[in-house]
Design a protein around this ligand. Structure first.
Ligand SMILES: NC(=O)c1ccc[n+]([C@@H]2O[C@H](COP(=O)([O-])OP(=O)(O)OC[C@H]3O[C@@H](n4cnc5c(N)ncnc54)[C@H](OP(=O)(O)O)[C@@H]3O)[C@@H](O)[C@H]2O)c1
Length: 289
């Protein structure tokens, strides 16, 4: 079957980089934005898929990603991150489409010593993580041909539309506006470029990989948010002495967060090798001036 990819959430942070990678590789695709299709109210089959002759893959980048916002709006979180994933799984089965669904490290509680594997049991700490975990379960239980890519701490040119930017743009703004910028130094994460995730997904599709299941898809090394902020300040030419170390345990989050939910990329690396986050950050700065 000829490959044609439908990208849902095509103007989001990850979705827009998938569009870029598809264009660069001359891949046949249809970008779908919220203006074309509202996941809360519209029928994807009738509104989009019936108008395209053959669809081989759907990549679902639709989500509500504001972690604190989900605590106050759990209906939206479950409708978009879980119920829609369930409907999508069924629709993909009916039409023999392979589904790529995007998940998160926030399905874990961060208490594991060592790296999280795809086989570890989720134990989310907040509504966002719970809704994403429910979405994963729906895809895993109901979709016949699926990949769930678990990603973490995304940065991309578009900035997360649900968050109004990304960590890089926030640091750059605070670095200009404030005399001191406090960043947590003992919460460990894996900053991951949306361009790299897009490349990994398109590699799976173009190489006809059919080893379905869950894959952690993050940079191949991790760091503290403070380390990440320091690198951003350096590359932005901002005054690094403005940065101060904050303590995770003394920080009052609206939604609880995992202190260290670093995921292993060993399973993914059988098919695709993710770069170091420093390499991806350098690439980001070479593109975004
Ligand atoms: N951002 C992170 O740091 C992070 C970390 C871990 C996992 N993830 C996961 O990675 C995936 C991509 O995240 P991202 O940063 O690219 O998110 P994003 O930029 O916020 O993109 C979300 C997309 O969903 C669309 N959308 C929202 N509500 C919709 C609706 N009712 N109908 C149709 N489309 C709707 C948005 O459209 P509009 O732009 O028009 O609103 C946007 O294109 C998500 O599954 C997220 O859970 C993200």
């Amino acid at each position: 079957m000829k490959q044609h990819i439908v990208i849902l959430g095509a103007n989001g942070q990850l979705g827009s980089d998938l569009v870029t990678i598809c264009k660069q590789n001359n891949i046949s695709f249809t970008p779908v934005t919220q203006d074309d299709f509202n996941a809360l109210t519209d029928n994807l089959g009738a509104k989009i898929l019936d108008k395209i002759s053959e669809v081989s893959h759907i990549i679902n980048c639709i989500a509500t990603t504001n972690v604190d916002g989900c605590e106050a709006n759990s209906d939206l979180a479950f409708n978009l991150n879980a119920s829609f994933a369930y409907k999508l799984a069924q629709l993909c089965n009916d039409r023999s489409i392979t589904l790529f669904h995007i998940s998160t490290d926030y399905v874990f509680d961060g208490t594991k010593t060592g790296l999280y594997l795809e086989t570890d049991t989720p134990n989310p700490l907040n509504v966002y993580g719970l809704s994403k975990s429910a979405g994963d379960m729906a895809v895993k239980m109901y979709a016949l041909k699926y990949f769930i890519f678990r990603v973490s701490s995304l940065f991309g040119r578009a900035g997360a539309s649900g968050k109004g930017g990304n960590f890089i743009t926030t640091m750059q703004r605070l670095g200009c506006e404030r005399d001191t910028v406090s960043v947590i130094a003992n919460q460990i994460t894996t900053p991951t470029a949306t361009l790299d995730i897009a490349r990994a997904i398109i590699h799976f599709i173009t190489n006809n990989i059919d080893d379905y299941g869950i894959y952690n898809c993050v940079s191949s090394n991790s760091c503290s948010w403070y380390d990440f902020a320091q690198a951003i300040f350096r590359l932005s030419g901002l005054d690094e002495t403005k940065l101060h170390k904050a303590d995770f345990d003394g920080y009052s989050f609206v939604a609880k967060r995992p202190k260290c939910a670093v995921m292993s990329t060993a399973k993914l690396s059988k098919y695709y090798q993710m770069p170091l986050w420093q390499e991806s950050l350098n690439e980001y700065f070479s593109i975004v001036k």
